[in-house]
Design a protein around this ligand. Structure first.
Ligand code: 5GP
Length: 192
């Protein structure tokens, strides 16, 4: 998606460890107008997939997921990383190793919000090694619900997640696909 690639070129910073910092429009400060455009693009790419609910992980997945939900007319549920007093024991949980924080998190979703007949779309901000998506796939498998697609705002295609989702036979849509980082510059798959 050209609009997003241009914004990454303009505002993204490449950090050590193959981390792209995009905290002035996606990961900390959020650009609502851009999120709206991303949501519309996800809705366009998954319009024939029969999605009934969107699944994401707090916190950076929420903004694009909500915009996609708005454009698709379906609810959005985010997995929580911290136990809450209002979150009871009736949970689906999975372990997720965080790429940027380098710690294990238990992510949880209340069982009431995942009915067996759902067809879900998983949305996240980044796809790196695929741990966050795998955690949501594990929860979906336990809940016995179908995953019709995975949509990520930015994928780093050279890391493991892309192949993992493809090998699982799930439709994967990345709105910006990074082929590599070279001398602090972002090289998109569309540049090749
Ligand atoms: P994965 O689980 O696919 O290894 O990593 C995805 C998660 O780690 C995303 O939810 C995102 O929050 C974080 N992440 C992975 N790579 C990056 C990156 O290059 N930049 C930022 N800002 N977050 C990332």
């Amino acid at each position: 998606m050209k609009l997003l690639e241009d914004r990454i070129r303009q505002d993204g910073t490449v950090l050590p460890g193959n981390v792209l910092k995009v905290d002035n429009f996606l990961n900390h400060q959020i650009d609502p107008q851009l999120m709206d455009e991303l949501g519309a693009e996800f809705a366009r790419r998954f319009k024939d997939a029969g999605i009934t609910k969107i699944l994401t992980v707090e916190s950076s997945g929420i903004a694009p997921a909500v915009m996609a939900g708005l454009h698709m007319g379906v609810p959005v549920i985010f997995a929580r990383k911290h136990k809450s007093l209002t979150l009871t024991d009736n949970l689906y949980t999975a372990k997720v190793y965080s790429y940027t924080k380098q710690v294990n998190n238990d992510i949880s979703i209340d069982r009431r919000f995942l009915e067996p007949e759902e067809k879900v779309l998983i949305i996240d901000d980044f796809l790196a090694n695929g741990q966050a998506v795998q955690g949501l796939l594990d929860i979906a498998a336990t809940a016995n619900i179908k995953v019709a697609g995975v949509g990520v705002v930015i994928e780093k295609r050279f890391q493991k997640g892309h192949k993992m989702v493809e090998d699982a036979g799930i439709q994967l849509e990345a709105l910006a696909s990074i082929a590599s980082f070279e001398d602090g510059q972002v090289i998109f798959a569309t540049d090749k």
